[in-house]
Design a protein around this ligand. Sequence first.
Ligand code: GAP
Length: 462
Amino acid sequence: MSKKDADNSLDSIVALCKRRGFVFPSSEIYDGFTAVYDFGPYGVELANNIKKEWWRAMTQLRDDIVGLDAAIFMSPKVWQASGHVKGFSDPLTECRQCHSRLRLDTLLEEAGILADEKMSEEEINNIFENNKSKIKCPNCGSSDFTPGKNFNLLVQSNLGNFTGDWSKEPIYLRGETCQGIYVNYKNVLNSTRVKIPFGIAQIGKAFRNEITTRQFIFRTREFEQMEMQYFVKPGDDMKYFEQWRQTRWQFYLDLGIKEKNLQWHKHENLVFYAQEAYDIEYKFPFGFKELEGVHARGDYDLSVHSQSSGIDLDYLDPISNEKYIPHIIETSAGVGRTFLAILTESYREERVGEELRTVLALPSKLAPIKIAIFPLLKNKPELVVRAREIFDFLKLNWRCEFDDNGNIGKRYRRQDEIGTPYCVTVDFDTLEKGEVTVRERDSMQQTKIKVENIKKYFQDKF
Ligand code: GAP
Protein backbone atom coordinates (compact mmCIF):
# COMPACT_ATOMS: atom_id res chain seq x y z
CA MET A 1 0.00 0.00 0.00
CA SER A 2 1.39 3.44 -0.89
CA LYS A 3 1.71 6.07 1.85
CA LYS A 4 -1.17 8.00 0.29
CA ASP A 5 -3.44 4.92 0.31
CA ALA A 6 -2.38 4.16 3.87
CA ASP A 7 -3.19 7.71 4.96
CA ASN A 8 -6.53 7.49 3.16
CA SER A 9 -7.44 4.24 4.79
CA LEU A 10 -6.47 5.50 8.26
CA ASP A 11 -8.36 8.75 7.55
CA SER A 12 -11.49 6.76 6.61
CA ILE A 13 -11.30 4.81 9.89
CA VAL A 14 -10.71 7.98 11.92
CA ALA A 15 -13.67 9.65 10.17
CA LEU A 16 -15.94 6.67 10.83
CA CYS A 17 -14.89 6.62 14.49
CA LYS A 18 -15.89 10.27 14.88
CA ARG A 19 -19.05 10.10 12.74
CA ARG A 20 -20.46 7.04 14.43
CA GLY A 21 -19.37 7.58 18.01
CA PHE A 22 -16.45 5.17 18.42
CA VAL A 23 -13.59 7.53 19.27
CA PHE A 24 -13.48 11.27 19.92
CA PRO A 25 -10.41 13.47 20.42
CA SER A 26 -10.15 14.36 24.10
CA SER A 27 -11.45 17.77 25.21
CA GLU A 28 -12.35 18.62 21.64
CA ILE A 29 -14.39 21.74 22.48
CA TYR A 30 -11.15 23.17 23.94
CA ASP A 31 -9.17 22.39 20.75
CA GLY A 32 -8.37 18.86 21.89
CA PHE A 33 -5.57 17.48 24.03
CA THR A 34 -2.63 15.85 22.27
CA ALA A 35 -2.43 12.07 22.23
CA VAL A 36 -5.44 11.46 24.44
CA TYR A 37 -8.72 10.06 23.09
CA ASP A 38 -12.17 9.29 24.47
CA PHE A 39 -14.20 6.21 23.57
CA GLY A 40 -17.75 7.13 22.51
CA PRO A 41 -20.95 5.09 22.98
CA TYR A 42 -20.04 2.38 20.44
CA GLY A 43 -16.31 2.59 21.16
CA VAL A 44 -16.79 1.76 24.81
CA GLU A 45 -18.86 -1.30 23.82
CA LEU A 46 -16.21 -2.51 21.36
CA ALA A 47 -13.37 -1.90 23.83
CA ASN A 48 -15.33 -3.71 26.57
CA ASN A 49 -15.95 -6.66 24.24
CA ILE A 50 -12.22 -6.89 23.43
CA LYS A 51 -11.38 -6.82 27.15
CA LYS A 52 -14.11 -9.39 27.85
CA GLU A 53 -12.62 -11.79 25.29
CA TRP A 54 -9.13 -11.36 26.73
CA TRP A 55 -10.34 -11.80 30.32
CA ARG A 56 -12.37 -14.86 29.34
CA ALA A 57 -9.39 -16.43 27.52
CA MET A 58 -7.04 -15.70 30.40
CA THR A 59 -9.12 -16.39 33.49
CA GLN A 60 -12.39 -18.18 32.68
CA LEU A 61 -11.07 -20.79 30.25
CA ARG A 62 -8.02 -21.66 32.36
CA ASP A 63 -7.61 -22.70 35.95
CA ASP A 64 -3.98 -21.59 36.26
CA ILE A 65 -4.54 -17.83 35.96
CA VAL A 66 -6.20 -15.47 38.42
CA GLY A 67 -7.17 -11.84 38.00
CA LEU A 68 -6.06 -8.67 39.75
CA ASP A 69 -6.92 -4.99 39.69
CA ALA A 70 -4.07 -3.06 41.30
CA ALA A 71 -4.26 0.71 41.81
CA ILE A 72 -2.83 3.17 39.30
CA PHE A 73 -0.89 4.97 42.03
CA MET A 74 1.92 2.99 43.60
CA SER A 75 4.81 3.75 45.87
CA PRO A 76 7.56 5.57 43.93
CA LYS A 77 9.90 2.89 45.28
CA VAL A 78 8.27 0.49 42.80
CA TRP A 79 9.42 2.60 39.85
CA GLN A 80 12.90 3.05 41.27
CA ALA A 81 13.32 -0.67 41.84
CA SER A 82 11.92 -1.62 38.43
CA GLY A 83 14.44 0.67 36.71
CA HIS A 84 11.81 2.99 35.21
CA VAL A 85 13.00 6.13 37.02
CA LYS A 86 16.48 5.73 35.55
CA GLY A 87 15.94 3.93 32.29
CA PHE A 88 12.40 4.25 30.93
CA SER A 89 13.13 6.70 28.17
CA ASP A 90 13.02 7.39 24.45
CA PRO A 91 15.69 9.27 22.48
CA LEU A 92 14.52 12.80 21.67
CA THR A 93 15.67 15.82 19.70
CA GLU A 94 14.31 19.32 19.35
CA CYS A 95 14.03 21.22 16.07
CA ARG A 96 15.96 24.47 16.62
CA GLN A 97 13.69 26.35 14.19
CA CYS A 98 10.15 25.45 15.33
CA HIS A 99 10.98 23.83 18.70
CA SER A 100 9.01 20.64 17.92
CA ARG A 101 10.12 17.74 20.08
CA LEU A 102 10.65 14.65 17.96
CA ARG A 103 11.53 11.01 18.51
CA LEU A 104 14.80 10.06 16.87
CA ASP A 105 13.75 6.58 15.76
CA THR A 106 10.59 7.98 14.11
CA LEU A 107 12.54 10.75 12.35
CA LEU A 108 15.03 8.22 11.02
CA GLU A 109 12.32 5.78 9.95
CA GLU A 110 10.45 8.54 8.09
CA ALA A 111 13.66 9.61 6.34
CA GLY A 112 14.07 6.02 5.11
CA ILE A 113 17.13 5.43 7.31
CA LEU A 114 17.16 2.01 8.92
CA ALA A 115 16.17 2.39 12.57
CA ASP A 116 13.36 1.26 14.80
CA GLU A 117 12.23 1.66 18.38
CA LYS A 118 13.71 -1.70 19.33
CA MET A 119 17.33 -0.55 18.73
CA SER A 120 19.30 0.61 21.75
CA GLU A 121 19.18 4.35 22.45
CA GLU A 122 22.93 4.62 21.88
CA GLU A 123 22.63 2.98 18.45
CA ILE A 124 19.78 5.29 17.45
CA ASN A 125 21.71 8.34 18.67
CA ASN A 126 24.77 7.39 16.61
CA ILE A 127 22.74 6.82 13.45
CA PHE A 128 21.02 10.18 14.02
CA GLU A 129 24.29 12.10 14.50
CA ASN A 130 25.72 10.57 11.31
CA ASN A 131 22.65 11.37 9.20
CA LYS A 132 21.47 14.71 10.57
CA SER A 133 21.81 16.56 7.27
CA LYS A 134 19.47 14.11 5.48
CA ILE A 135 16.68 14.44 8.05
CA LYS A 136 14.00 17.12 7.91
CA CYS A 137 11.65 18.33 10.63
CA PRO A 138 8.12 17.14 9.64
CA ASN A 139 6.68 20.44 10.87
CA CYS A 140 8.97 23.11 9.31
CA GLY A 141 11.41 21.25 7.03
CA SER A 142 14.54 22.39 8.88
CA SER A 143 17.52 20.08 9.43
CA ASP A 144 18.79 22.02 12.42
CA PHE A 145 18.35 19.73 15.43
CA THR A 146 19.69 19.68 18.99
CA PRO A 147 21.85 16.65 19.88
CA GLY A 148 19.77 13.59 20.81
CA LYS A 149 19.08 13.01 24.50
CA ASN A 150 17.05 10.52 26.48
CA PHE A 151 13.65 11.63 27.70
CA ASN A 152 12.00 9.79 30.61
CA LEU A 153 8.46 8.65 29.81
CA LEU A 154 7.08 8.34 33.34
CA VAL A 155 4.23 10.78 34.06
CA GLN A 156 4.60 12.57 37.39
CA SER A 157 1.74 13.69 39.62
CA ASN A 158 1.44 15.85 42.71
CA LEU A 159 -0.52 13.24 44.67
CA GLY A 160 -0.24 13.95 48.38
CA ASN A 161 2.06 16.92 47.82
CA PHE A 162 0.18 19.51 49.90
CA THR A 163 3.14 21.79 50.41
CA GLY A 164 4.16 22.30 46.79
CA ASP A 165 7.68 21.25 47.81
CA TRP A 166 8.87 19.67 44.59
CA SER A 167 12.24 18.68 46.02
CA LYS A 168 10.33 15.70 47.49
CA GLU A 169 10.28 12.46 45.58
CA PRO A 170 7.74 12.59 42.75
CA ILE A 171 4.79 10.18 42.59
CA TYR A 172 4.10 8.61 39.21
CA LEU A 173 1.08 7.44 37.30
CA ARG A 174 1.92 3.85 36.45
CA GLY A 175 3.85 3.40 33.23
CA GLU A 176 2.78 -0.26 32.84
CA THR A 177 0.25 -2.40 34.67
CA CYS A 178 2.51 -5.39 35.34
CA GLN A 179 4.32 -3.74 38.26
CA GLY A 180 1.05 -4.08 40.22
CA ILE A 181 1.23 -7.81 39.52
CA TYR A 182 4.83 -8.20 40.71
CA VAL A 183 4.27 -6.38 43.98
CA ASN A 184 1.10 -8.45 44.65
CA TYR A 185 2.63 -11.80 43.69
CA LYS A 186 3.11 -12.84 47.32
CA ASN A 187 -0.39 -11.68 48.32
CA VAL A 188 -1.91 -13.79 45.55
CA LEU A 189 0.26 -16.76 46.48
CA ASN A 190 -0.77 -16.52 50.14
CA SER A 191 -4.47 -15.95 49.57
CA THR A 192 -5.32 -18.40 46.77
CA ARG A 193 -4.46 -21.99 45.91
CA VAL A 194 -2.28 -21.20 42.87
CA LYS A 195 0.82 -23.31 42.36
CA ILE A 196 3.64 -22.85 39.92
CA PRO A 197 3.18 -22.61 36.98
CA PHE A 198 0.47 -19.97 37.35
CA GLY A 199 -0.40 -16.55 36.02
CA ILE A 200 -1.86 -13.26 37.19
CA ALA A 201 -3.85 -11.23 34.67
CA GLN A 202 -4.73 -7.56 34.81
CA ILE A 203 -6.41 -4.98 32.60
CA GLY A 204 -5.89 -1.32 33.37
CA LYS A 205 -4.75 2.13 32.42
CA ALA A 206 -1.12 3.09 31.94
CA PHE A 207 0.40 6.51 31.26
CA ARG A 208 3.47 7.57 29.31
CA ASN A 209 4.83 10.91 28.25
CA GLU A 210 5.09 9.75 24.62
CA ILE A 211 7.01 12.03 22.28
CA THR A 212 5.66 10.92 18.91
CA THR A 213 1.91 10.74 19.04
CA ARG A 214 0.60 10.53 15.50
CA GLN A 215 -1.27 7.49 14.09
CA PHE A 216 -4.51 8.04 16.00
CA ILE A 217 -4.97 5.69 18.98
CA PHE A 218 -1.88 3.62 18.15
CA ARG A 219 0.36 5.59 20.50
CA THR A 220 -1.37 7.65 23.16
CA ARG A 221 -0.29 9.13 26.47
CA GLU A 222 -3.11 7.45 28.39
CA PHE A 223 -3.93 3.90 27.28
CA GLU A 224 -5.10 0.56 28.54
CA GLN A 225 -3.02 -2.61 28.78
CA MET A 226 -4.05 -6.26 29.09
CA GLU A 227 -1.08 -7.90 30.80
CA MET A 228 -0.51 -11.39 32.10
CA GLN A 229 2.56 -12.53 34.03
CA TYR A 230 3.11 -16.30 34.09
CA PHE A 231 5.32 -17.56 36.92
CA VAL A 232 7.38 -20.65 36.10
CA LYS A 233 10.14 -22.75 37.59
CA PRO A 234 13.62 -21.64 36.44
CA GLY A 235 14.58 -23.77 33.47
CA ASP A 236 11.00 -24.20 32.26
CA ASP A 237 11.03 -20.72 30.68
CA MET A 238 11.36 -21.67 27.04
CA LYS A 239 8.72 -24.41 27.20
CA TYR A 240 6.09 -21.97 28.49
CA PHE A 241 7.37 -19.13 26.35
CA GLU A 242 6.65 -21.18 23.22
CA GLN A 243 3.22 -22.17 24.54
CA TRP A 244 2.35 -18.55 25.19
CA ARG A 245 3.55 -17.48 21.76
CA GLN A 246 1.12 -19.97 20.17
CA THR A 247 -1.72 -19.08 22.56
CA ARG A 248 -1.46 -15.35 21.97
CA TRP A 249 -1.18 -15.75 18.20
CA GLN A 250 -4.35 -17.88 18.20
CA PHE A 251 -6.16 -15.24 20.30
CA TYR A 252 -5.94 -12.75 17.43
CA LEU A 253 -7.05 -15.33 14.87
CA ASP A 254 -10.05 -16.06 17.12
CA LEU A 255 -10.86 -12.33 17.08
CA GLY A 256 -11.20 -12.59 13.31
CA ILE A 257 -7.80 -11.22 12.31
CA LYS A 258 -6.43 -12.80 9.15
CA GLU A 259 -3.13 -14.59 9.63
CA LYS A 260 -1.58 -12.78 6.65
CA ASN A 261 -1.99 -9.51 8.58
CA LEU A 262 0.05 -10.75 11.55
CA GLN A 263 3.78 -11.34 11.86
CA TRP A 264 6.37 -12.03 14.53
CA HIS A 265 9.17 -9.60 15.30
CA LYS A 266 12.06 -11.09 17.23
CA HIS A 267 13.95 -8.60 19.42
CA GLU A 268 17.64 -8.62 18.58
CA ASN A 269 18.66 -6.15 21.32
CA LEU A 270 17.55 -7.93 24.45
CA VAL A 271 17.78 -6.13 27.79
CA PHE A 272 20.36 -7.85 29.96
CA TYR A 273 17.88 -9.94 31.98
CA ALA A 274 15.61 -11.05 29.11
CA GLN A 275 15.96 -14.54 27.69
CA GLU A 276 13.79 -14.08 24.62
CA ALA A 277 11.42 -11.40 23.37
CA TYR A 278 9.00 -11.43 20.46
CA ASP A 279 6.30 -9.00 19.40
CA ILE A 280 3.15 -9.84 17.51
CA GLU A 281 2.83 -7.17 14.84
CA TYR A 282 -0.31 -6.26 12.93
CA LYS A 283 -0.49 -4.74 9.47
CA PHE A 284 -1.98 -1.36 10.37
CA PRO A 285 -2.67 1.13 7.53
CA PHE A 286 0.78 2.61 8.29
CA GLY A 287 2.58 -0.76 8.16
CA PHE A 288 3.37 -3.71 10.42
CA LYS A 289 3.62 -2.41 14.01
CA GLU A 290 3.60 -3.90 17.49
CA LEU A 291 0.30 -5.16 18.85
CA GLU A 292 1.58 -7.25 21.76
CA GLY A 293 4.83 -8.32 23.37
CA VAL A 294 5.54 -11.88 24.55
CA HIS A 295 8.70 -11.79 26.64
CA ALA A 296 10.68 -14.24 28.78
CA ARG A 297 11.87 -11.96 31.59
CA GLY A 298 13.80 -14.39 33.78
CA ASP A 299 13.78 -13.62 37.53
CA TYR A 300 14.51 -9.92 37.04
CA ASP A 301 11.21 -8.42 38.22
CA LEU A 302 10.72 -10.41 41.41
CA SER A 303 14.45 -10.22 42.24
CA VAL A 304 14.64 -6.43 42.05
CA HIS A 305 11.48 -6.03 44.13
CA SER A 306 12.69 -8.55 46.66
CA GLN A 307 16.07 -6.84 46.99
CA SER A 308 14.59 -3.38 47.11
CA SER A 309 11.75 -4.09 49.57
CA GLY A 310 13.69 -6.57 51.72
CA ILE A 311 10.72 -8.99 51.42
CA ASP A 312 11.41 -12.60 50.57
CA LEU A 313 9.65 -13.29 47.28
CA ASP A 314 10.86 -16.89 46.97
CA TYR A 315 8.45 -19.65 46.04
CA LEU A 316 8.50 -22.80 48.16
CA ASP A 317 7.58 -25.84 46.09
CA PRO A 318 5.07 -27.76 48.25
CA ILE A 319 6.15 -31.15 46.88
CA SER A 320 9.92 -30.93 46.34
CA ASN A 321 10.53 -28.27 49.04
CA GLU A 322 12.73 -26.41 46.56
CA LYS A 323 12.95 -22.64 47.11
CA TYR A 324 13.43 -20.28 44.21
CA ILE A 325 12.48 -16.93 42.69
CA PRO A 326 10.09 -17.81 39.87
CA HIS A 327 10.88 -16.77 36.32
CA ILE A 328 8.30 -14.82 34.37
CA ILE A 329 6.78 -15.09 30.92
CA GLU A 330 4.93 -11.89 30.12
CA THR A 331 2.20 -11.30 27.56
CA SER A 332 1.40 -7.61 27.19
CA ALA A 333 -1.22 -6.23 24.81
CA GLY A 334 -2.83 -2.83 24.32
CA VAL A 335 -6.61 -2.37 24.23
CA GLY A 336 -6.35 0.67 21.91
CA ARG A 337 -4.05 -1.12 19.47
CA THR A 338 -6.28 -4.20 19.38
CA PHE A 339 -9.24 -1.87 18.84
CA LEU A 340 -7.48 -0.20 15.89
CA ALA A 341 -6.42 -3.57 14.46
CA ILE A 342 -10.01 -4.86 14.66
CA LEU A 343 -11.32 -1.71 12.95
CA THR A 344 -8.64 -1.94 10.24
CA GLU A 345 -9.51 -5.58 9.68
CA SER A 346 -13.27 -4.99 9.58
CA TYR A 347 -13.57 -1.75 7.63
CA ARG A 348 -14.66 -2.03 4.04
CA GLU A 349 -16.35 0.05 1.40
CA GLU A 350 -18.32 -1.68 -1.32
CA ARG A 351 -20.57 -0.71 -4.19
CA VAL A 352 -24.21 -1.70 -3.91
CA GLY A 353 -25.96 -0.56 -7.10
CA GLU A 354 -25.36 3.18 -7.31
CA GLU A 355 -24.40 3.52 -3.68
CA LEU A 356 -21.18 3.13 -1.72
CA ARG A 357 -21.80 1.03 1.39
CA THR A 358 -19.43 1.30 4.36
CA VAL A 359 -19.45 -1.80 6.54
CA LEU A 360 -17.66 -2.79 9.71
CA ALA A 361 -17.60 -6.57 9.29
CA LEU A 362 -16.97 -7.16 13.01
CA PRO A 363 -17.21 -10.66 14.45
CA SER A 364 -20.52 -10.89 16.35
CA LYS A 365 -18.78 -11.29 19.71
CA LEU A 366 -17.08 -7.91 19.27
CA ALA A 367 -19.93 -5.95 17.66
CA PRO A 368 -21.09 -3.11 19.94
CA ILE A 369 -24.75 -3.81 19.03
CA LYS A 370 -25.79 -7.35 18.21
CA ILE A 371 -29.35 -6.70 16.98
CA ALA A 372 -31.14 -3.52 15.85
CA ILE A 373 -34.93 -3.50 15.92
CA PHE A 374 -36.91 -1.21 13.62
CA PRO A 375 -40.61 -0.51 13.22
CA LEU A 376 -41.14 -0.12 9.46
CA LEU A 377 -42.97 3.19 9.95
CA LYS A 378 -42.51 5.61 12.80
CA ASN A 379 -46.01 7.05 12.49
CA LYS A 380 -47.87 3.73 12.92
CA PRO A 381 -48.22 3.29 16.70
CA GLU A 382 -49.19 -0.39 16.38
CA LEU A 383 -45.84 -1.14 14.64
CA VAL A 384 -43.86 0.96 17.11
CA VAL A 385 -45.48 -0.75 20.12
CA ARG A 386 -44.83 -4.26 18.70
CA ALA A 387 -41.22 -3.35 17.80
CA ARG A 388 -40.67 -2.02 21.33
CA GLU A 389 -42.03 -5.26 22.79
CA ILE A 390 -39.59 -7.28 20.67
CA PHE A 391 -36.72 -4.93 21.63
CA ASP A 392 -37.61 -5.28 25.34
CA PHE A 393 -37.60 -9.07 24.95
CA LEU A 394 -34.31 -9.38 23.01
CA LYS A 395 -32.40 -6.85 25.12
CA LEU A 396 -32.56 -9.27 28.05
CA ASN A 397 -30.08 -11.50 26.21
CA TRP A 398 -28.23 -9.28 23.75
CA ARG A 399 -27.08 -5.68 23.44
CA CYS A 400 -29.81 -4.27 21.17
CA GLU A 401 -30.76 -0.92 19.75
CA PHE A 402 -34.21 0.41 18.89
CA ASP A 403 -34.26 2.72 15.89
CA ASP A 404 -37.25 4.38 14.22
CA ASN A 405 -35.36 7.31 12.71
CA GLY A 406 -35.33 7.89 8.93
CA ASN A 407 -36.15 5.40 6.20
CA ILE A 408 -35.17 1.74 6.50
CA GLY A 409 -32.29 2.15 4.02
CA LYS A 410 -30.71 4.84 6.20
CA ARG A 411 -31.15 2.74 9.31
CA TYR A 412 -29.43 -0.22 7.64
CA ARG A 413 -26.56 2.05 6.58
CA ARG A 414 -26.12 3.33 10.14
CA GLN A 415 -26.10 -0.20 11.57
CA ASP A 416 -23.68 -1.42 8.83
CA GLU A 417 -21.26 1.34 9.82
CA ILE A 418 -21.28 0.37 13.47
CA GLY A 419 -21.01 -3.33 12.62
CA THR A 420 -24.40 -4.61 13.82
CA PRO A 421 -24.70 -8.19 12.51
CA TYR A 422 -28.54 -8.33 12.40
CA CYS A 423 -31.45 -5.93 11.91
CA VAL A 424 -35.03 -6.95 12.66
CA THR A 425 -37.85 -5.07 10.94
CA VAL A 426 -41.37 -5.10 12.32
CA ASP A 427 -43.96 -4.53 9.57
CA PHE A 428 -47.60 -5.32 8.87
CA ASP A 429 -46.76 -9.02 8.42
CA THR A 430 -45.68 -8.98 12.06
CA LEU A 431 -49.15 -7.86 13.12
CA GLU A 432 -51.01 -10.12 10.70
CA LYS A 433 -48.84 -13.25 10.47
CA GLY A 434 -46.53 -12.91 13.46
CA GLU A 435 -43.42 -12.65 11.21
CA VAL A 436 -40.46 -10.26 11.28
CA THR A 437 -37.77 -9.67 8.63
CA VAL A 438 -34.20 -10.37 9.74
CA ARG A 439 -31.52 -8.75 7.59
CA GLU A 440 -27.96 -10.01 7.80
CA ARG A 441 -25.19 -7.38 7.62
CA ASP A 442 -22.58 -9.00 5.37
CA SER A 443 -24.78 -10.80 2.82
CA MET A 444 -27.64 -8.24 3.15
CA GLN A 445 -29.93 -11.25 2.83
CA GLN A 446 -33.39 -10.93 4.34
CA THR A 447 -35.23 -13.82 6.00
CA LYS A 448 -38.74 -13.97 7.41
CA ILE A 449 -38.97 -15.64 10.80
CA LYS A 450 -41.78 -16.19 13.30
CA VAL A 451 -41.65 -13.92 16.34
CA GLU A 452 -42.15 -16.93 18.62
CA ASN A 453 -38.88 -18.41 17.24
CA ILE A 454 -36.83 -15.23 17.48
CA LYS A 455 -34.90 -16.08 20.65
CA LYS A 456 -33.96 -19.53 19.39
CA TYR A 457 -32.99 -18.03 16.02
CA PHE A 458 -30.48 -15.64 17.61
CA GLN A 459 -29.24 -18.21 20.11
CA ASP A 460 -28.24 -20.32 17.12
CA LYS A 461 -26.67 -17.34 15.35
CA PHE A 462 -24.55 -16.08 18.25
N1 GAP B 1 5.01 -4.58 30.60
C1 GAP B 1 5.60 -4.53 29.31
C2 GAP B 1 5.20 -3.38 28.53
O1 GAP B 1 4.54 -2.46 29.01
P1 GAP B 1 5.35 -2.34 26.14
O2 GAP B 1 5.84 -2.95 24.84
O3 GAP B 1 5.90 -1.04 26.53
O4 GAP B 1 5.62 -3.44 27.24
C3 GAP B 1 2.98 -3.39 25.88
O5 GAP B 1 3.78 -2.25 26.06
C4 GAP B 1 1.81 -3.09 24.95
O6 GAP B 1 1.10 -1.95 25.43
C5 GAP B 1 2.22 -2.73 23.52
O7 GAP B 1 2.40 -3.88 22.74
C6 GAP B 1 1.03 -1.90 23.06
O8 GAP B 1 -0.02 -2.74 22.62
C7 GAP B 1 0.60 -1.19 24.34
N2 GAP B 1 1.18 0.17 24.39
C8 GAP B 1 2.40 0.53 24.84
N3 GAP B 1 2.57 1.86 24.77
C9 GAP B 1 1.43 2.36 24.24
C10 GAP B 1 0.96 3.68 23.92
N4 GAP B 1 1.71 4.76 24.15
N5 GAP B 1 -0.26 3.81 23.37
C11 GAP B 1 -1.04 2.73 23.16
N6 GAP B 1 -0.68 1.48 23.46
C12 GAP B 1 0.54 1.29 23.99
